[in-house]
Design a binder for this molecule. Sequence first.
Ligand code: KPL
Length: 299
Amino acid sequence: MKNRWYILGAGSIGNLWGCNFSYMGYPVTLVLRNQDKLEKFHAAEQRLKLSEQLYFVDAELSDSPETINQLLVTTKSTDTKAAINSIKHRIAEDAKIIVLQNGMGSQDWISDNFPSAKVAWASTTDGAWLSDDFTVNHAGKGITRIGSPTNIYPWIEQLGCGFLTVELDDDIHATLWRKLAINCSINPLTALFNCQNGELINNPDYLTEMASICREVESVATAVGIELFDGPLIENACQVAELTAKNYSSMLQDIRQNRQTEIENITGYLCRLAEAKGVSVPTNQKYLKKIRELEDNSG
Ligand code: KPL
């Protein structure tokens, strides 16, 4: 019998991985946010659904007594501390933990708070969305890269991939940085200008702002010794905007649904690092402030 995976953060990527672990033969438990969500899970016949396939998993609230030996964290980066703190007492000292999130900052926080755990960080280009709380749609097949910032753990190699594409990454820190750089370039602008990703490259004013953001992000990356892409960041960001032209970025979706965005773990993270390194990032500061204001105004 394989060891159970607990999933903290039953959103689209958490549910996709719940199906994937279940497909690989792991027992799976979703750690749900509240009683209301647990009741919805019971009403949904205690299963996840993906492409008409049902995956029977378990679900519970954070106050269940079982020890957690294997944990996948897929909460929004901004929710990480509160979510982890609610189950901290249940996490085994030597637990295997995978942190699969957008943005940066929360990965370090988990690694620092669980020094004896075997922590891996991951980044994915899989696209998924929920048609209801427990039905996930795998909209874009991508790659999940997984690695550890400190040690090589054999368990990562032995994890398997199921129906997803999973690659071992020996420089996951740089991979997360590349994703951060793209998110800094696209997400705040689309959220503020209320546009699809593709509009950024068709509007000269938006493009000028994007280029300025990119130059600043490159300066911070250089200051912390990260090599981003072969070519300039603006070229890569434009390419992603073109490839995802019809997408509404995750930040715009959060704003439209009055949810907290991940700005603090994207542009906020970049600005904090810039300050610590003495790098000037006025354009990123400007958009950090504007998104914070947008969040405040939407309550
Ligand atoms: O990752 C994304 C996001 O929306 O968060 C991009 C790459 C911008 C695609 O929409």
